[in-house]
Design a protein around this ligand. Structure first.
Ligand code: GSN
Length: 223
């Protein structure tokens, strides 16, 4: 196995995008092997590379890691983006899990039977459940937890940028989050990631959703 981190996933955001973000902020170079056909997925299965027959899978430090949250936490721990002690870590994990739950709703958009109602639900959950928490948490501090950058900050930036793609004015009532975004996007690795030509993926298109459906032999709408 090469020393370089290799991501195995589709050429799209999905569950891998937060890992791309975190590696970028950690300053870790990575390569990607995109799954474009059923055969490639079956090869990973027959190799025994996918413990639960699912991706994302990340080759790192001579391991083949699966389960998005486990991979995410490994990278966060390794690169000092997971707090200084147990109490910081549990707060970071609480924020992170909430943000991942919310982003999952956005991720599902191409695959649901009623995207309009899913969008409405994302917007109301954002305004009433998720954004108020972060607006309050960022009242005075620069970062969410322990006065230093953590993986939860990276997820919050990713999530709020995704929300703004769908609802451009959604942060109008959340000025602390808006200032946080302004600070975060000045971090050099993030500024570069947000430029065209980076490894950041665009919003899902039909090619992406069709590939996912074909590779997994899924039919719409997903359960
Ligand atoms: O978060 C995780 O990594 C796991 N708890 C779930 C991973 C997962 O659902 N992966 C999907 C593709 S990514 N899209 O959602 C997957 O590999 N599905 C194939 C299957 O047979 O479950």
């Amino acid at each position: 196995m090469s020393g370089k981190v290799i991501l195995h996933y589709f050429n799209g955001r999905g569950k891998m995008e937060s890992i791309r973000w975190l590696l970028t902020v950690a300053g870790v170079e990575f390569d990607e092997q995109y799954i474009t056909t059923r055969e490639q997925y079956e090869k990973l299965l027959s190799d025994g590379s996918l413990m639960f027959q699912q991706v994302p899978m990340v080759e790192i430090d001579d391991m083949k890691l699966i389960q998005t949250k486990a991979i995410f936490k490994y990278i966060a721990e390794k690169y000092n983006l997971h707090g200084k002690d147990l109490k910081d870590r549990v707060m970071i994990d609480m924020y992170s899990e909430g943000l991942m739950d919310h982003m999952e709703m956005i991720m599902k958009l191409p695959f649901v039977s009623d995207p309009k109602s899913q969008l409405d639900s994302i917007q109301s959950k954002a305004k009433e459940r998720y954004l108020p928490v972060f607006e309050k948490a960022l009242g005075a501090p620069v970062y969410l937890v322990g006065g230093k950058l953590s993986c939860a900050d990276v997820l919050l930036l990713e999530c709020t940028l995704m929300l703004e793609e769908k609802f451009p004015a959604i942060l109008a009532d959340f000025p602390n989050i808006k200032s946080f975004q302004g600070r975060m996007t000045q971090i050099p690795s993030i500024a570069k990631f947000l430029q065209p030509g980076s490894k950041r993926k665009p919003q899902p298109d039909e090619v992406y959703s069709k590939t996912v459906m074909e590779v997994f032999k899924f039919t719409l709408p997903l359960p």
